[in-house]
Write a protein that binds this ligand. Structure first.
Ligand code: ZN
Length: 277
C-alpha cells in the first residue's frame, strides 16, 4: 500500500511547493494535487518545474482534486468545466499524473435516483471521452452530505458500473462512506480495480446527515470504523494506495510540517494492521 498526501489537509497553511518538500521529507510515496494550489503554483513556476521536481524526488503525483459540480450544469458552466478538465489533462500528461477526481453536484432539486443516474452517466461519459484522448482517468467521488446528488457508495458504484469504461472509477472516502451510512456489504461487492483512489480520515461523533468536512479528524482519532473498512478492502484485494485527506480548520492553524508528519504517522498506525507499505 502506498501512502499519499491530499493537499486539502494543509489547505490554508501551506502551498504546493511547501507540501511537496515536506511530503518528500516525511516519506510519502504520492501526492494528490489540488487545482487551486496548482493554479497558485503556476503563477511563478512552469509546469516543467513540477515535472523536474518529480523527476528528481521520490514522491510522485497521483491525482488532481477536483472538478466539482459536474452534473446538472448550464451550458456556460459546463463549458468552463470542460476547460478545467482540458487544463488538468494537459498538465497530467506532462507530469505523469493520470487521475482526476470528479464530484457530483449538490442541491440539484427534486430529481429521482434514476434521473440522477442518467445525468451522472451522461456527464461521466462525455468527460471520459475528453480524458481518454489524453490517457487520463476520472475518479468519481460521492459526498456523504444529504444534499449531494450522489451520497452513498451503492449509488456511486451503480453509476460507475453503468458507465462501464476503463478510465472511470471511484473514490472511496472513509468520511463520506461513514457520513451517510454507506454499507460494508456494498463495499464487499466493489471490484477493487474500480477503486481509483482511497481517502482516509476520521471524524467526530455527530449523527449522519449532520457531518461536514470540518468535523474530520486525523485517522484513529474519531469514530469511523476504519478497521472494518480496511478489512473489507483487504478481503476484496485492494492494496493500491491510501491518501490522507482532512479539511479541518483547526489543523490549518497548525504548523504545516507538524501536520504532514502527524498525518502520516497516524495513517500508518491505522493502516499497518492490514497492509504492508
Ligand atoms: Zn475525499
Amino acid at each position: 500500500m502506498k501512502i499519499c498526501f491530499n493537499e486539502a489537509t494543509t489547505l490554508k497553511n501551506s502551498n504546493l511547493e511547501k507540501d511537496l518538500e515536506l511530503c518528500e521529507k516525511y516519506g510519502y510515496d504520492l501526492i494528490e494535487i489540488r487545482l487551486d494550489k496548482l493554479r497558485e503554483y503556476l503563477q511563478d513556476h512552469k509546469v516543467e518545474d513540477l515535472y523536474n521536481f518529480f523527476q528528481t524526488h521520490r514522491i510522485k503525483p497521483y491525482a488532481f482534486n477536483a472538478l466539482e459540480f459536474i452534473t446538472f450544469r448550464n451550458n456556460e458552466d459546463y463549458e468552463e468545466l470542460k476547460k478545467d478538465l482540458d487544463f488538468l489533462c494537459k498538465i497530467g500528461t506532462e507530469i505523469n499524473c493520470s487521475k482526476i477526481v470528479v464530484v457530483p453536484s449538490f442541491d440539484v432539486g427534486d430529481f429521482t435516483r434514476k434521473q440522477i443516474k442518467e445525468e451522472s452517466v451522461r456527464v461521466l461519459n462525455d468527460l471520459a471521452d475528453i480524458a481518454e484522448n489524453y490517457g487520463m482517468e476520472l475518479a468519481f467521488e460521492f459526498v456523504g452530505y444529504p444534499n449531494c446528488s450522489v451520497n452513498t457508495l451503492d449509488q456511486a458504484y451503480e453509476i460507475v458500473t453503468e458507465v462501464g469504461r476503463s478510465n472511470v472509477g471511484l473514490v472511496i472516502d472513509c468520511f463520506h462512506f461513514h457520513a451517510m451510512n454507506s454499507k460494508l456489504e456494498d463495499l464487499k461487492k466493489v471490484d477493487p480495480k474500480k477503486i481509483f483512489i482511497f481517502h482516509i480520515d476520521d471524524c467526530e461523533d455527530i449523527p449522519p446527515g449532520m457531518l461536514r468536512d470540518n468535523h474530520r479528524l486525523l485517522p484513529g482519532d474519531g469514530v469511523i470504523k476504519l478497521d472494518s473498512i480496511l478489512k473489507v478492502l483487504k478481503e476484496i484485494g485492494y492494496d493500491e494506495m491510501v491518501s490522507v485527506e482532512l479539511f479541518r480548520p483547526e489543523y490549518w492553524k497548525w504548523d504545516a510540517e507538524k501536520l504532514i508528519k502527524v498525518a502520516k504517522e497516524k495513517t500508518e498506525l491505522v493502516v499497518k494492521k492490514y497492509f504492508d507499505f
